[in-house]
Write a protein that binds this ligand. Sequence first.
Ligand code: ADP
Length: 516
Amino acid sequence: MLITKAVEECGGKYLDDVEIDENIRITWINARGKVIYDSEQDPDFLENHADRTEISQAFETGEGSSSRYSKTIMQKTVNHAVRLKDGSVIRVSGTHISFTAQLLKVLNPMLLILAAVALFSALSASAVSRNIVKPINDIDLANPDTQKSYKELAPLLEKLRSQNRKVNRQMDEIIRSREQFSLMTESMTEGLIIADPKLSVLACNSSAKKLLGAGAFTEGQSIYALNNSEVFRRCLLNALGGRRSECILRTGNGQREVIASPANSIDMVCGLVVFIMDVTEKQELETMRREFTSNVSHELKTPLTTIYGISDMLANGMVQQDDVAQFGENIRSEAERLINLINDIVALSKLDEDSAPRENESVELYALAEEVLSRLKLSAEEKNVTVSLNGDRVSLMGSRTVLSEVLYNLCDNAIKYNTNGGKLDVKISHIPQMAMITVSDTGMGIPRQHIGRIFERFYRVDKSRSRRIKGTGLGLSIVKHGVMYHNGNIHVESEVGKGTVFTVELPIEKNKEVFE
Ligand code: ADP
């Protein structure tokens, strides 16, 4: 009211001179709503105020008021407008700061001080705790003795020392057991692999690597790095399924039998133990045994069928009297073939089983050769083969029967496969620590491609030619086994059309030890 009166009397000058509180704003608006004075802003930049609630009320009724609350700044603004006599309006606006805002205004500096104190305490606490913990962090866990720290840490250091001693003892124990384990497994000829359920190898001896033909392999790698074949994989997967599993692997250097067993803990497979054995020889022997049985059956059947056929004809009177002698001769010759065959099989099986008597007798090879050649005198004469024997008188400890069979078969072949009027030379020599037998003939010779196979059982070079020349195909097998039986070796040189030389070397001293 006061302001209204003052303005009516003194006009704008009053407003220019009056001192206005910072919470009060005075605005003078002319009758058209244009601001002509404002205590806070330049009136030229203010918009028309005619439509403001308090102003329009004042224009109409002489007085008007309005208020507005701002949540953000927690302030309430109250406007009151009064119309002057000249139609202009004076508006006074005052701001009310809420209690909360007032409180915050007071609290703000306190909060700042509190935050600063909190920050300072946090920083100093962290520095102090770092200082306390530093000696603990600096402890060398492996060598706590080397640490100089305050005495409160002594019990902790002592505990560490005793823990270290315990761990070292246990480590030594583990290393010793591991060394023992690898020492034992390394001396095995069988391969041994231990793998975890993911098939990573935990232990693998060198026999396993060798038998599986694996190159560079280190423990920790997958077991498939040793062998990746389908058969091996299936075998291991079966074992992982909880069943003991076996398979035969064909590697580049032979056949291997693999036995994979699951290692069970409670009812879970916690790993695999795999054994690998070299079964090349066993498998080859098995094949040979099968072939031998079928060959023997065939060889026995042929002469028996002939004998049966001829005797059947004789029994039924189907043979003319003049032919009886010839048929009888046929039966005799087939029976002889059967006897020879059976004798050879018996000799061979004895050598095979290593059951030939280890005669502890000194055998003089020159005399033995004389005896053998005298037994073959008739067949040599039938074929006009000139026989000669020369060399040294050499004795060795061994089996007379076996050595006699070796000599007999070599000389028998040298006559059988000789040409009519050919020559057979037998030489016995004493070379350092060895006795050497050389049997040379001037016969048909053996084609190069057959030489590697003539020692196989029932192998005959030329089936049609051999049929004319009696033989079982077992003679050279007997020779080979007889030589091996005496720890010797045999060698052949042959030229087709010129002849063949068999050289046998038998150790003298070695056989002495074996046979004595
Ligand atoms: P066989 O009973 O057939 O003589 P062997 O095992 O003694 O059986 O000999 C195997 C084969 O080797 C013979 O069938 C023959 O073809 C060949 N052979 C062996 N010795 C001689 C030799 N001195 N000269 C030529 N060929 C030979």
